[in-house]
Design a protein around this ligand. Structure first.
Ligand code: GLA
Length: 338
C-alpha cells in the first residue's frame, strides 16, 4: 500500500511574448501570455541535510557546504533566499530549455511555490528575477510576472513603469503556433547584457527611460548604435498599444502586420535576430492562413511566434507547438506524494 506523505506540488507555465520585446527593462510595454506547457515541481520533505534536486539534467545536492553544479545554481539561489529546509525536489518539464519560452522562469516560479513562497505575483517575480541575476542572467521582470499572472483566454498587457498587469481577451479565432528555430541560447552567454547597457546609455542621454520616450527624443542620442537600440524600444511600445487595440477589436490582419514590423525592428535596429529566424518568419508569413510572425523572447536564436487561423498547417522549424493563452502558476497543496 502506498502511504501519502505530506508534500507540495506546484505547476508553472512557460510564456510566449506576442509583442513588446526588450521593453521590460526599459520601463516600457509588452503583451505576453502564459501557455499550457510548463514545469511541475514536487517537494517531499526529508531528514537530509538540505535539498536534493532531481531533474532530467541530473541529481544535485543543494545546501550548506554543498558544491552546486552550474545547472542547479538557480535552484540554490532560490532555496537560499527562501531559507528552504530539507527535502527532495523532483522536476518535470515540458518546456524546451534555451528556446525562449521561459523555461527558467517557469522552473524558478514553480520551485518558489513548492518551497512555500506566498503566491503574490510581483513578490515572486522579483524574487525569481533576483535569483536569476545572481546566476549571471540580467533578465527583466516580464517572464516570472507573466508565469505568475496568466489568465485563460487572455494575453497580459504589462506596463513595466507601473507594473500594472491588464488581461486582454484574445479572440477565439486567433491561433498561435510557436516554432523552434533549433538554435538554442542562454541569456548569460548572449549579448543580452550588452543590449541592456546600450539602452541604459541611450536613456541617460535623453534623461528618461526609453519606454517613456518619444520619437522626437531620439535625435538627442549622439551614438548611432544606441540611437537604433532606442528607436526599436520607442517604436515597439507604440506597436504594443496598437496590437492590444487590434486584438480587442478582433483585427487579426492588423495584429499580424504589427508582429512583422516588430520582427523587422528587432532584426534591423536591435540586431537580435538570426538568419534562421528571419528565414522562418518569411516562410511562415508566406503560408496561407498566417496573419504574421516574429521572433519571441530575447532573440539570438530560440523560437518564433506565429499568429494564424486555428488549424493552419505549418511545416517549419525543428519543433512546433500550438499554444493558447493559459492560467498562471498554481500550487496543489492537497497532493499526496505516493
Ligand atoms: C528575456 C528576458 C526578459 C525580456 C526578454 C526580451 O526573455 O528574460 O526579461 O527582456 O528577453 O523581451
Amino acid at each position: 500500500m502506498n502511504t501519502a506523505l505530506p508534500g507540495r506540488v506546484a505547476f508553472a507555465p512557460g510564456r510566449v511574448n506576442l509583442i513588446g520585446e526588450h521593453t521590460d527593462y526599459n520601463d516600457g510595454l509588452a503583451l505576453p501570455m502564459a501557455i499550457g506547457l510548463g514545469v511541475e515541481v514536487s517537494l517531499t520533505p526529508s531528514d537530509g541535510p538540505g535539498l536534493v534536486l532531481e531533474s532530467s539534467l541530473g541529481t544535485a545536492q543543494i545546501g550548506p557546504g554543498a558544491e552546486v553544479a552550474p545547472w542547479a545554481s538557480l535552484a540554490a539561489e532560490l532555496a537560499g533566499r527562501l531559507g528552504a529546509g530539507a527535502g527532495v525536489v523532483r522536476v518535470r518539464s515540458e518546456l524546451p530549455i534555451g528556446a525562449g519560452l521561459s523555461s527558467s522562469a517557469a522552473f524558478s516560479v514553480a520551485l518558489a511555490l513548492a518551497l512555500g513562497a506566498e503566491p503574490l505575483p510581483l513578490a515572486i517575480a522579483r524574487l525569481c528575477q533576483e535569483a536569476e541575476h545572481a546566476t549571471g542572467a540580467p533578465v527583466g521582470l516580464m517572464d516570472p510576472l507573466t508565469v505568475m499572472s496568466g489568465v485563460a483566454g487572455h494575453a497580459l498587457a504589462i506596463d513595466f513603469a507601473t507594473l500594472g498587469v491588464t488581461p486582454v481577451p484574445v479572440p477565439s479565432d486567433a491561433g498561435f503556433v510557436v516554432v523552434d528555430s533549433g538554435v538554442p541560447r542562454t541569456l548569460g552567454a548572449s549579448p543580452y547584457a550588452e543590449r541592456r547597457g546600450q539602452c541604459e546609455a541611450a536613456a541617460a542621454a535623453i534623461g528618461r527611460p526609453l519606454g517613456r520616450a518619444d520619437p522626437g527624443d531620439l535625435q538627442r542620442i549622439a551614438d548611432p548604435v544606441q540611437r537604433r537600440r532606442a528607436a526599436h524600444v520607442v517604436s515597439e511600445c507604440e506597436r504594443v498599444r496598437e496590437f492590444a487595440e487590434a486584438v480587442v477589436g478582433s483585427d487579426l490582419e492588423r495584429a499580424g502586420t504589427l508582429m512583422v514590423a516588430s520582427h523587422a525592428s528587432l532584426r534591423d535596429d536591435f540586431e537580435v535576430s538570426t538568419p534562421e529566424l528571419d528565414r522562418l518568419v518569411e516562410e511562415a508569413c508566406a503560408t496561407d492562413g498566417v496573419y504574421g510572425a516574429r521572433l519571441t523572447g530575447a532573440g539570438f536564436g530560440g523560437c518564433l511566434i506565429v499568429l494564424c487561423r486555428p488549424g493552419t498547417a505549418l511545416n517549419l522549424g525543428v519543433r512546433r507547438w500550438e499554444v493558447a493563452p493559459s492560467p498562471g502558476a498554481r500550487v496543489r497543496d492537497d497532493a499526496g506524494v505516493a
